[in-house]
Design a protein around this ligand. Sequence first.
Ligand SMILES: NC(=O)c1ccc[n+]([C@@H]2O[C@H](COP(=O)([O-])OP(=O)(O)OC[C@H]3O[C@@H](n4cnc5c(N)ncnc54)[C@H](O)[C@@H]3O)[C@@H](O)[C@H]2O)c1
Ligand SMILES: [Zn+2]
Length: 329
Amino acid sequence: MRIEVNCSRNYPIIIAKGCLKDVKKYINDNRKIMIISDDMVPQAYWESLKSQFKNCDIKIVKHGENAKSFEIYEDCLRTLLKLNYSRHDLIIALGGGVVGDLAGFVAATYKRGMDFINIPTTTLSQIDSSIGGKVAINVDGIKNCVGAFYQPSLVLIDPEVLKTLSKRHYNNGLVEAIKAGLIGDEYLFNLFEEDHLDIEQIIYRSLLVKKAIVEQDEKEEGIRKILNFGHTFGHAYESYYHLHDYYHGECVALGMMVVLDDEEIKKRLASILHKLDISTSCDANRNEILNLLLNDKKANQDMIDLIKVDKIGEAKIVNMPIKALEKYI
Ligand SMILES: NC(=O)c1ccc[n+]([C@@H]2O[C@H](COP(=O)([O-])OP(=O)(O)OC[C@H]3O[C@@H](n4cnc5c(N)ncnc54)[C@H](O)[C@@H]3O)[C@@H](O)[C@H]2O)c1
Ligand SMILES: [Zn+2]
């Protein structure tokens, strides 16, 4: 399966089972190649990738959100410098959203921008974060505080690699696909009610929803905001639990549950989430969540854009006073 993304830089996304073993078909290795990965991505994957190129180095960072830090970012830059990388060389991200965001930001900034290829290996990154060009690191606990819009030249998705992902991470990433269904593709949402989840279709259709949106609004001036469905409250839950107790997708699931007004859609979503072992409610303190919403970076003075879904497959942006969010929790 192939998707062409047409924005400031056009690039293909290729989804093919087993493609990690056959990347030379897609990547020109007439240059130096730096693979950036983390220490929980199975070694067999990066060894297989490295073995296919003639002039290739590898940088393994410690896994976890802390990899998106200035220290690790700087360390990656120093490694490139020490090994004489030029801006005509290539960086490949091999890992989840953390590695993709970090490696993408390194590629965007080293010598004013190197070629960047993303090989996402988690459901979250295959479904969502590898497309759209957002790359970033965190500063002082503020997520994605320093970053860029920087498009890759290729995204290579091998659904086979998901076999080694923990069940919790696997299901966590699926929440972004459920969200994509709710905002833009009823058929995709319905796939989650089948007995067997067709992961390739889920990845493909989720990417089509996101592609259609980012092509219209690459820099998130308007319509791209609908991708934030469930994220207004989701980010507040993430901050409340200090990014520990719940993963990103799990917080978005909680966030979608609270903003849905339609009881029927809410019931269907809850039953899908239960099947995936994802909580539909939590014990967060109401006032603290409200305070976090007031401090949300997307809030403009006392108004906020809340994304609403009243019909599966259709989202709208509603500008409302932040105070009005009280009724949801
Ligand atoms: N750029 C964007 O548009 C965007 C969108 C959403 C989220 N994000 C970012 O993505 C990050 C979260 O990404 P994530 O959920 O993929 O987490 P992650 O990158 O931390 O990966 C989760 C864990 O799975 C391990 N792993 C990766 N692939 C594996 C595999 N195939 N088998 C076994 N283990 C594997 C990783 O080493 C890590 O420990 C956050 O930093 C978030 O801000 C970015
Ligand atoms: Zn998200």
